[in-house]
Design a protein. Structure first.
Length: 364
C-alpha cells in the first residue's frame, strides 16, 4: 500500500487536537501555529506562545510533536517556539503605540501592599524576559521610588520634549516622587492629577514594552477615572488582605472598574498568612480565605496568596524588593507565580476577545 504524501494541511489538521490548557482552545484556532514546513517525511512546526512567562514549553512541544506525527507520511517532527505577547492595548495606539498592554494594580484601601505587589510583579515579569515598565500613579503617596532604591539612571529630558524615565533593575520607571521632596506633600486638585497622568503616558519615552504596570492610588478617585479616560486598560489586578474590612472597600473598587468597563484580570491576597520559620506552622493573622472568596464572587482567578514575611517589608524599605533581594524565598516564588498567572490572564482576554463589561459582575 502506497504511503500518503505528507502535506501542510494534514499536519495543520492533526494539530487541532492540541489544546492550550490555560486558554482552553486548540493551538490552530488560537493562531499559535505560525508556520509549517514539510521536507520529505519531516515536519517543521513554528509556534508562537503568548507570553515569555510560559511554564509548559516542554509539554507544549511534546504534545505538538505527538499530534503532528499522526499526520499521514510524517515520521519526524521538529518544533520551534517563539514569543509574541498579544496587543491587548489596541485602543491606545495613538497615545502609547509602543506599549502592548497596560495593567493597573489597584486596591480598595491603603495599607494592603498594593505598591509592593506592583513593584514585585514588574520585576518578576522582567525576570522571565518580558519588556516591562512601571508607572507610579499614586500621586499623593508615591512609594515606588523608595521601594526600588537608587536608580541606575535618573529621569532626564530626551529630544522632542520626551521624558526619559528612571531605570531601576533594568525597568523604566516614572513617578511624581522623582520630582518632589521626599517628605513633601502633593496638594493638587483633580485636573492637575489628570494632566500629570496624561504627561506620564504621552511624554515619557517608554520604549517597546510588553506590559506597563500602573500602581494606582487606593480607593476610587480622580487618578482611576483619568487613567481609564486617557487610555484603554488591558485590565486591572485587585490587591486585598483576607479580612472582611478590606474586602468591603475592594468591592467598591471592583464596581468602579465595572462601570469603567475595565476587565479584572484577577485578585492577589496579600498578607495571607504567617509561616513560623522555626516549626513551619501557618497562622492566619488576618482571617483567611477573603481573597479566594472575592475572586469567586466576581468570577476571576485568584492569582496568588502572598504570606507575611519581614523580607518583603525589608525589601520595600531597603530599595531591593524581595524578587531581587531574596529570589529563592517563598515570597519571591509566589510573586513569580502571580506574574505567570497575570500574563496568562492578559493572553486569555486577548484570545477570547470578550467585551470588557462581560468580564465583570456587579458586586453588592
Amino acid at each position: 500500500m502506497a504511503t500518503k504524501t505528507p502535506s501542510v494541511e494534514s499536519v495543520r489538521s492533526a494539530l487541532k487536537e492540541v489544546i492550550e490548557p490555560v486558554l482552553e482552545r486548540d493551538i490552530v484556532s488560537l493562531g499559535m501555529v505560525k508556520k509549517i514546513d514539510i521536507d520529505r517525511d519531516a515536519a517543521f512546526v513554528t509556534l508562537e506562545i503568548p507570553t515569555p512567562v510560559y511554564r509548559d514549553r516542554t509539554g507544549l512541544e511534546e504534545r505538538t510533536r505527538v499530534a503532528a506525527l499522526k499526520a499521514p507520511g510524517i515520521t519526524d517532527v521538529r518544533v520551534l517556539l517563539n514569543v509574541n505577547v498579544p496587543m491587548g492595548n489596541r485602543g491606545a495606539a495613538t497615545r502609547l503605540p509602543s506599549v502592548r498592554n497596560v495593567i493597573a494594580v489597584a486596591a480598595g484601601k491603603g495599607g494592603v501592599g498594593k505598591s509592593t505587589v506592583a513593584t514585585n510583579l514588574a520585576l518578576a515579569l522582567r525576570e522571565h524576559g518580558a519588556r516591562v515598565g512601571l508607572l507610579d500613579a499614586d500621586i499623593y503617596g508615591p512609594s515606588v521610588p523608595t521601594m526600588l532604591g537608587e536608580p541606575e539612571q535618573q529621569p532626564a529630558t530626551h529630544p522632542g520634549n520626551k521624558i526619559g524615565p528612571a531605570i531601576h533593575f533594568g525597568i523604566p520607571v516614572i513617578s511624581v516622587g522623582f520630582f518632589t521632596e521626599r517628605e513633601g506633600a502633593v496638594v493638587w486638585r483633580g485636573p492637575m492629577v489628570h494632566k500629570l497622568l496624561q504627561q506620564f503616558l504621552e511624554d515619557v519615552d517608554w520604549g517597546e514594552l510588553d506590559y506597563l504596570i500602573v500602581d494606582l492610588p487606593p480607593g476610587t478617585g480622580d487618578a482611576q477615572l483619568s487613567l481609564a479616560q486617557l487610555i484603554p486598560l488591558t485590565g486591572a489586578i485587585i490587591v486585598t488582605t483576607p479580612q472582611e474590612v478590606a474586602l468591603i472597600d475592594v468591592r467598591r473598587a471592583v464596581n468602579m472598574f465595572n462601570k469603567l468597563e475595565v476587565p479584572i484580570l484577577g485578585v492577589v491576597e496579600n498578607m495571607s498568612h504567617y509561616t513560623c520559620p522555626a516549626c513551619g506552622h501557618h497562622d492566619n493573622i488576618f482571617a483567611s480565605g477573603g481573597g479566594k472568596q472575592l475572586a469567586a464572587e466576581i468570577g476571576v482567578p485568584l492569582l496568588g496568596q502572598v504570606p507575611i514575611d519581614n523580607r518583603v517589608s525589608y525589601g520595600g524599605e531597603s530599595g531591593v524588593p524581595v524578587v531581587e533581594g531574596a529570589p529563592n524565598s517563598e515570597q519571591a516564588r509566589v510573586f513569580t507565580e502571580i506574574a505567570a498567572q497575570a500574563a496568562f490572564a492578559v493572553s486569555k482576554a486577548s484570545a477570547t476577545g470578550p467585551k470588557r463589561s462581560s468580564l465583570l459582575r456587579t458586586v453588592t
